[in-house]
Design a protein around this ligand. Structure first.
Ligand SMILES: C[S@@+](CC[C@H](N)C(=O)[O-])C[C@H]1O[C@@H](n2cnc3c(N)ncnc32)[C@H](O)[C@@H]1O
Length: 226
């Protein structure tokens, strides 16, 4: 289904089924916490950002830890101007590229291979002070303890608003509340959610597992919405 940017309009159900057909990780790397988000969750989260808050349409979206591109693709269908899909793993980005090409979205979704820690955006060179929305499904920090905080810290350095998925528990919430203060950011909304995790690694016992998470909408302290 090849579409031009102007022509993209799609309902939620169709978008879920389209994203369901994209390819996931071929050889997922546990050390990078590679889990492919389920299609329903990807679309729900992007609709939350795009429809509830108008943070996608005509925005530059940065998908940090984009993996095989499900969130990026959903953002493209919600009319992001561009989506920069950043991941450290070139093999994941190759799959993302194929997924994007199959949908005719190559002019909108741009893959970039980089460690989040090394990735920079110079806002001054962007056209008309373009609004930047970052969306991320980061490693939860299970394999490498500080992984999630590096993603947030980087996103805060260039974004106007950040959507980030984190495990739903009191300890994580308390940590985030304290951590983001250092950067002069605040929690604007917390959206409790359940990801449906498909069996990805040998140690996964069940075929699918529900994981309780929170979707956080972070904004710069004192900044009005749009
Ligand atoms: C939980 S997966 C999410 C993948 C995809 N966004 C999704 O929701 O289906 C986390 C992603 O972060 C990437 N990643 C992990 N550490 C990274 C780093 N330091 N820099 C960039 N990407 C990283 C992994 O390769 C992986 O694709």
């Amino acid at each position: 289904m090849k579409r031009t940017f102007q022509a993209i309009t799609i309902n939620k159900k169709d978008l879920i089924s389209l994203i369901q057909q994209t390819n996931g990780f071929l050889n997922p790397k546990i050390e990078l916490e590679q889990y492919c988000i389920d299609a329903q969750s990807a679309v729900d989260i992007v609709f939350f950002a795009g429809v509830e808050f108008n943070d996608i349409k005509n925005k530059l979206v940065i998908d940090l830890g984009a993996g095989t591109g499900r969130l990026s693709i959903a953002c493209a269908y919600l009319r992001a101007s561009y989506v920069l899909s950043v991941d450290i793993d070139i093999n994941a980005l190759r799959i993302l590229k194929e997924n994007v090409k199959g949908l005719g979205l190559e002019d909108i979704v741009l893959p970039l291979c980089s460690d989040v820690n090394r990735f920079e955006i110079v806002k001054q060179v962007l056209p008309n002070k373009m609004h930047i929305t970052t969306i991320e499904n980061p490693p939860f920090g299970v394999q490498k303890k500080t992984a999630d905080r590096f993603f947030l810290q980087k996103a805060f350095s260039f974004s106007d608003v950040v959507y980030s998925i984190h495990l739903a528990n009191q300890k994580v919430h308390q940590f985030l509340t304290k951590f983001i203060k250092k950067f002069n950011w605040e929690i604007d909304h917390v959206f409790p959610f359940q990801l449906k995790l498909k069996r990805t690694y040998e140690f996964h016992k069940q075929k699918t597992k529900s994981v309780d998470v929170n979707i956080y909408r972070f904004k710069r302290k004192g900044k009005e919405n749009n």
